[in-house]
Design a binder for this molecule. Sequence first.
Ligand SMILES: [Zn+2]
Length: 313
Amino acid sequence: MSSSFAEALEAGDIAAIRSAAKADLHSHLYFAAPIADVERWLGRAVARPPARMDGLDGMRAYARQAISPYLDNWPAFEFVAGAAVRHARSDGVVQLEASFDIWAVLHHPEGLGGLAAFASSLASRFHGEVDFRPEIGFSRSFVSKDHLMTSLSEAIETGVFRSIDLYSYEDGCDPEAVRWIYEKAQGAGLKLKAHVGEFGGADEVKRTVEVLQLDEVQHGIAAAESTAVMNWLADQRIRLNVCPTSNVMLGAVADLESHPIRRLYDHGVDVTINTDDLMIFGQSVSDEYLNLYRAGVFTANELEEIRLRSLRR
Ligand SMILES: [Zn+2]
């Protein structure tokens, strides 16, 4: 029997797809608002990204030119964060795990205390509509920056952040170099996540999960290269929070039709469907579901199963 969500996918009824409850478990707050909202707030046009970018370097080159000159300040971040949760609500996202980069501590006039208070207030503002769970995130390039790592450690102590995430190129640092901060986060009850297997290999996914004791992996699509690693992820019940459009636009995957999320799913890996950087990739969670359906990657009933499972935890 088809659910109304599956029927909405089959009919291409985007309004009905939006009205179904969904999760977004992989979102970076700095880039999480729709670009049109940013343009309205700035009162000026912002250049759109090219359809294909050369990995994270290509994305950074675009962001440095088109976005950072306007958004690298606290009032802009505050606007973007609010607009991001508002947009998530309009897209039917009832569970949102979006990361505050620890970099924001440097931009908030009151430092970490101000940042944590803002994160709490944002969660309160949408209480009852969106279960907004603030996440704290950092780049592998921050590992050698003592002041940022100290702020990160203090951010865990605030009790405001519910999960931790690590990103940027996998060769930026060995997982061992950040094990201490993950141990601290684990002790404080945070959900442990890290970006791995976006551009790197399957073995790196397994190693990072083991060293950092991850609960969930951001991307992790390279695991599809290894049946052994997929079986291991399925056995260990490690969830992969996948962002299909991001993978295609950054060249990690050739096209949506051949996206490895299918292979991961077929091997019993718990996969979810997420936005990554909505401002850049331009696809909401609802859009991502419909895109995968139209590309023939999943049936409507499979997408319904993924949707329901992503809301559990
Ligand atoms: Zn990401």
